[in-house]
Design a protein around this ligand. Structure first.
Ligand SMILES: Nc1ncnc2c1ncn2[C@@H]1O[C@H](COP(=O)(O)OP(=O)(O)OP(=O)(O)O)[C@@H](O)[C@H]1O
Length: 345
């Protein structure tokens, strides 16, 4: 995992106008060696996950269903207790907090979550104003100040403050998603975690919401984690991307570099399967989808990897760290074998 500043956009990590929320170059979110076990009997769902997010940075998390994306988000929120490793938000070790200390940390509103399904996550009996202001009410913010901040949050997400009097059922899908973002940003969180924030929306609303997240990090210096199946959406806004497979980060780095030149066969498979991400894919989809001779026990991807060798099935891969992180036995060699053939002149 890189410790460098975000790649790609060259923006001021504090968003130019926003406050320096973490007092310098320390990351807003630092996840180290995270392991989470769930179920009974407990099975590993996340293993040795490292992730860093800085102020004003957007980090995408991709991976197929069941890879552990939501579990990672819930653990960062302090909703799940790790079996190993640590989660630090703005210098506070969230993974070590319990009971009253954890509740107090949540009340600070430093980390806020935007849910996947705004209709289900917004209380139908409450007005938009009450929903957006709920966190402030719990924190004891007086009514007049609360109303002012709710209005401001609605304006920031591009909604008419008059909508504060309506209920969720009286809004469109795009408006509801904006309300859920307004509810999250009203406490001016240092870190915003969005679980599939645009998957339920049509293309035009999707673009609006993505632009909005981009604006928020610029204006408020918010660090944003975006979980998404949609590589194309992420490619438009994220600075970095982490690729999860079966609970492990197999690749991480600046999103343009990772999508242009994937160094893990699973990343290459995702990119080659999503034609909107890059005009000319570097790798041949059929080659990436070829059967594997690898087994299980070493690399988590060995059983699906057409380039797997005996070592992949037997031994966990070495992790190359730096601006790009890759966990693969054959980082330097598989890519050539999978390259799209160049047509003869
Ligand atoms: N409470 C639980 N008990 C046991 N296993 C669980 C529990 N919650 C999640 N899992 C398992 O953990 C794995 C990761 O689940 P998670 O919801 O984090 O995946 P995800 O990447 O967010 O998937 P999706 O894209 O479908 O939302 C899955 O295999 C899931 O079945």
């Amino acid at each position: 995992m890189s410790t460098g500043v975000k790649g790609g956009t060259g923006r001021d990590p504090n968003g130019g106008v926003g406050p320096d929320l973490n007092g310098g170059d320390a990351p807003l979110l630092r996840v180290r060696g995270l392991g989470v076990r769930l179920g009974s009997p407990a099975v590993p769902v996340l293993e040795e996950v490292d992730l860093t997010v800085r102020a004003g940075e957007i980090v995408g998390i991709v991976g197929e269903t069941g890879s552990g994306k939501t579990t990672l988000a819930r653990t960062v929120m302090g909703l799940l207790t790790p079996a190993a490793g640590s989660v630090e938000v703005d210098g506070v070790a969230v993974s070590g907090l319990r009971g009253a200390a954890l509740r107090a940390h949540r009340r600070t509103g430093k980390v806020r979550f935007v849910f996947q399904d705004p209709l289900r996550s917004l209380d139908p009996d409450h007005t938009v104003g009450a929903i957006v202001g709920e966190g402030l009410a719990i924190a004891g913010v007086p009514a007049a100040e609360r109303a002012r901040r709710v209005r401001h949050a609605l304006e920031l997400v591009g909604l008419d403050p008059a909508l504060a009097a309506r209920r969720p059922a009286q809004l469109s899908g795009g408006q509801r998603q904006r309300v859920s973002i307004a509810r999250a940003i009203v406490s001016e969180p240092a870190l915003l975690i969005c679980d599939e924030p645009v998957s339920a929306l049509d293309a035009s609303n999707r673009n609006h919401i993505l632009r909005l997240l981009d604006e928020l990090r610029e204006r408020l210096g918010t660090g944003v984690v975006v979980i998404s199946h949609d590589l194309g959406s992420l490619a438009g806004i994220a600075d970095r991307v982490a690729v999860l497979y079966r609970g492990r980060i197999v690749e991480e780095g600046p999103i343009s570099e990772v999508f242009d030149d994937p160094r893990h066969p699973y990343t290459a498979l995702l990119v080659a399967s999503a034609p909107r991400v890059r005009g000319t894919p570097r790798h041949d989809l059929a080659r990436l989808r070829a059967p594997s001779t690898g087994g299980t026990g070493g690399c988590v991807f060995a059983h699906r990897c057409p380039f797997a060798t005996g070592a992949c099935a037997a031994v966990p891969p070495p992790v190359t760290r730096g601006e790009r992180t890759v966990a693969c036995h054959h980082t330097g060699t598989w890519s050539e074998a999978a390259r799209v053939p160049v047509p003869a002149e």
